[in-house]
Design a protein around this ligand. Structure first.
Ligand code: HEM
Length: 132
């Protein structure tokens, strides 16, 4: 059980750190690092979600109250929102004038990821643990 929690927290922190590195390399126009880092970040997000699904059944998430549906909505919206910087990033490669839209998409995804992380931690700390 604790392994799943550690895995989840580890991949969540790794995803946030990688996202900062993606934004940093984007601003520095280091495309050769920026684009491969995006793939690593999405893989890390996938692992964080995989572990979150393992942690979930060990908690009575409904006991956390209104934060649970709020977090679930933000978490799903964030996952879907990762498509926006990917699409605008590919457009930016073809047409540099798209860069300002790509930057807005990047901030949207970073903001949503932080909101998902904060509401997720709040949800788990408020929820009752189910003794195994
Ligand atoms: C989570 C995904 C991504 C984030 C958070 C992100 C973030 C950023 C940021 C903050 C910039 C700087 C924008 C500016 O200077 O105004 C940037 C630039 C750029 N990004 Fe991304 N990006 C992501 C995905 C991608 C993808 C998938 C591609 C292409 C396949 C891409 C291609 C580019 C390009 C070509 C630039 C311009 C670099 C230059 O100035 O030469 N990005 N990105």
């Amino acid at each position: 059980m604790l392994n799943a929690e550690i895995g989840f927290l580890g991949f969540l922190l790794l995803t946030v750190a990688l996202l900062v590195a993606v934004a940093w390399t984007g601003f520095k126009a280091k495309r050769k690092i920026h684009i491969p880092l995006v793939f690593v970040t999405v893989a890390s997000l996938g692992m964080a979600i995989r572990y979150a699904l393992l942690v979930g059944p060990h908690y009575d998430l409904e006991s956390a109250g209104v934060i649970t549906p709020i977090h679930m909505f933000i978490a799903r919206a964030t996952t879907a929102a990762y498509l926006v910087p990917v699409i605008t990033g590919i457009r930016t490669l073809k047409d540099p004038s798209f860069k300002r839209w790509h930057r807005k998409a990047a901030f949207l995804v970073i903001g949503l990821t932080l909101m998902a992380a904060v509401t997720g931690v709040a949800m788990l700390s408020l929820a009752d643990r189910i003794p195994q």
